[in-house]
Design a binder for this molecule. Structure first.
Ligand SMILES: Cc1cc2nc3c(=O)[nH]c(=O)nc-3n(C[C@H](O)[C@H](O)[C@H](O)COP(=O)(O)OP(=O)(O)OC[C@H]3O[C@@H](n4cnc5c(N)ncnc54)[C@H](O)[C@@H]3O)c2cc1C
Length: 404
């Protein structure tokens, strides 16, 4: 435990112990370099990583991401990595599959377009984003009868669905813990209850000031989630813009969870709010998502946002009494970049004028892309001239408790 006077030296400091900070720490722990993760909370994965829909885009959904973005690239490249990762690190990975419900011909035509684009961009053997054989099952349309077989409680109003058998779910805080514990066992240090308050940059070195300790590092990775802009601003390394997008979700108990097998969703029409119900790894359900741009301090769960989730669930499953099975409702924030253009991309980049400073800003599908985040950081560090020597004794499965 650090005391007031403690000075810590590390080659790389990672600010933030969410899914970004922990997955990057794990990847970097493969190399002979000293690393410290600094987290303001008492453990890992307690902020954005714990307040989301827990879905791992494994097929149809990631194939709809805008081609050419880092968001699409890292998600698609993560698809084949998840099953092996869950075995290596022993966390739950449940393949639930997704049903994109069809109300009419217009939905059907949209889904047809989506499928043809999906196949063009990632299943073409010449594509740089080719998904290896065996890690992806093709999407297919199911009629009303098959839809009812797959989801017996679904409303009779749907004509069928586009079925994506690949979609999966995890418990993101469990995954962050697994990344962190493996990183720790491979030599990464963790400092909890420690908030970065100020940073001094001298030549190409950083001094990170906190209440408990002074951390000196050559390289800083800013993985502070929704605070990434404020942290970057301290060293004038903010070269991205984002708006905090507030999402509200409702969780329902196992009694309902056992009745629904797949992520079920309808395309929103004339509304920014998502309409989705899906099972969790521990057989509960999550529904939502009411989305609104807001101040990041606005963590209040509003009744209208909860009602949105209940209405969505009842539209999809009219015979079930959702109101009687709520276990919690909660708010999460994501950093939505490019609000002007209306589409989103990740930021994972070295700052142009602040050498050795890497910003990570994820937003939607950041958990899904986490197996690739560290690999992207390694690529950036290597390109900037850092020689990373692999450790001979790296162990991909060993774990050591991180929290105090
Ligand atoms: C409603 C909603 C639904 C979503 N659904 C999904 C989904 O189904 N699948 C998916 O893949 N993604 C989903 N996302 C996105 C996903 O939640 C994010 O991409 C991901 O959690 C971001 O992780 P992170 O590590 O960047 O941020 P965080 O998990 O927030 O981690 C940042 C960490 O930095 C720490 N920190 C901040 N400032 C400081 C400081 N000054 N000093 C020290 N520590 C600091 C924080 O305490 C925090 O632990 C969803 C998001 C929302 C809002």
């Amino acid at each position: 435990m650090a005391n007031l006077q403690e000075i810590i030296n590390a080659d790389i400091s990672i600010i933030g112990g969410g899914i970004a900070g922990t997955s990057v720490a794990r990847e970097l722990s493969k190399y002979d370099i000293s690393i410290i993760v600094i987290e303001q909370k008492h453990g890992v994965g307690l902020e954005g990583t714990s307040t989301n829909h827990s879905l791992v885009c494994q097929g149809g959904d990631s194939l709809t991401f805008r081609p050419g973005t880092l968001h699409a690239e890292l998600n698609i490249k993560s698809i084949p990595l998840w099953p092996k990762l869950s075995e290596e690190l022993n966390f739950k990975f449940r393949r639930i599959g997704g049903l994109w419900l069809i109300r009419d011909n217009s939905d059907y035509k949209k889904f047809q377009k989506m499928v043809s684009r999906a196949f063009k961009s990632t299943l073409d053997p010449k594509s740089p984003l080719l998904i290896p054989e065996g890690s992806f099952s093709p999407l297919r349309f199911v009629d009303k009868k098959e839809l009812k077989n797959l989801e017996p409680e679904i409303s009779d109003n749907f004509l069928g669905a586009l079925y994506d058998p690949n979609l999966a779910t995890v418990d993101p805080p469990e995954v962050a813990k697994a990344y962190a514990e493996n990183a720790k066992a491979n030599g990464v240090d963790f400092l909890f209850n420690t908030k970065i308050k100020s940073i001094k940059r001298e030549e190409n070195k950083f001094e990170l000031h906190t209440d408990n300790a002074l951390i000196k590092s050559n390289i800083v990775i800013n993985a502070s989630g929704i605070e990434a802009d404020r942290v970057a601003e301290i060293v004038k390394a903010r070269d991205f813009s984002y708006v905090p997008l507030k999402g509200t979700l409702v969780e329902f108990d196992e009694e309902l969870g056992k009745l629904i097998n797949h992520e079920t969703t309808i395309l929103p029409r004339g509304s920014p709010h998502l309409q989705v119900v899906s099972p969790t790894v521990d057989n509960k359900l999550k529904a939502g998502i009411h989305l609104v741009m807001s101040f990041r301090s606005d963590k209040e769960v509003k009744d209208y946002a909860v009602n949105h989730a209940i209405n969505v669930a009842k539209t999809l499953y009219p015979a079930l009494r959702f109101e009687n099975h709520i276990t919690k409702s909660f708010v999460g924030f994501m950093a939505m970049t490019n609000p002007d253009t209306g589409w989103h991309d990740f930021v994972i980049a070295n700052h142009d004028f602040v050498p050795n400073w890497i910003n990570i800003v994820l937003g939607p599908a950041g958990v899904s892309a986490s197996p690739m985040l560290g690999k992207k950081v390694v690529e950036i560090l290597t390109k900037s001239g850092l020689i990373l020597k692999e450790k001979s004794n790296y162990n991909p499965s060993i774990r050591k408790k991180v929290e105090s």
